[in-house]
Ligand binder design. Structure first.
Ligand code: HEC
Length: 134
């Protein structure tokens, strides 16, 4: 009898745990973007460290309006000196090369541990997503 009660308790508890953990399992709400696959590619490869919302720095700097922004120029993010001194403005071509192989474009940068994205298709999608007006 005791054993049976315990089994019931365990199944009740695991049911609760399931309910409690379910919100985080829900897909991201409010995509709002025209290019969902670009957003998905960004989410898969970059969102661990980057947001596209203005001022929202995480492990990496926010990428709000990064196309046309000077590299390493956000005042409220602690860039590596390599990035601060890169001395160029991000455009599609620079972003494409950087995402493929960060060290080739900004040697000594601090975008670690990011291995580079070899799929040019995915890079194109991500850059189009970053270039969207927001
Ligand atoms: C593991 C975390 C991480 C991932 C994943 C990552 N980044 Fe970064 N990123 C960083 C960090 C940290 C920096 C700052 C580098 C520095 O200061 O040298 C950075 C810098 C950048 C910059 C320079 C921004 C500026 O203001 O000059 C761009 C552009 C960028 N990342 C794009 C991307 C894109 C696009 C992806 C996805 C394909 C990506 N990153 C994935 C951590 C990451």
């Amino acid at each position: 009898m005791l054993h049976r009660n315990r089994m019931l308790l365990i199944s009740a508890l695991s049911g609760m745990a399931c309910v409690l953990s379910s919100p985080s399992a829900l897909p991201q709400a409010s995509q709002g973007a025209q290019d969902v696959s670009g957003q998905q590619a960004f989410n898969n490869s970059c969102r661990t460290c980057h947001m596209v919302r203005e001022g929202d720095n995480r492990l990496g700097p926010n990428l709000h309006k990064v196309v046309g922004r000077k590299a390493g120029s956000l005042p409220d993010y602690a860039f590596s000196s390599a990035m601060k001194e890169a001395g160029f403005v991000w455009d599609e071509e620079k972003l494409d090369r950087f995402i493929a192989n960060p060290d080739e474009v900004v040697p000594g940068n601090n975008m670690k541990p990011y291995g580079g994205l070899s799929s040019s298709e995915d890079r194109k999608k991500i850059i189009a997503f970053l270039a969207q007006p927001r």
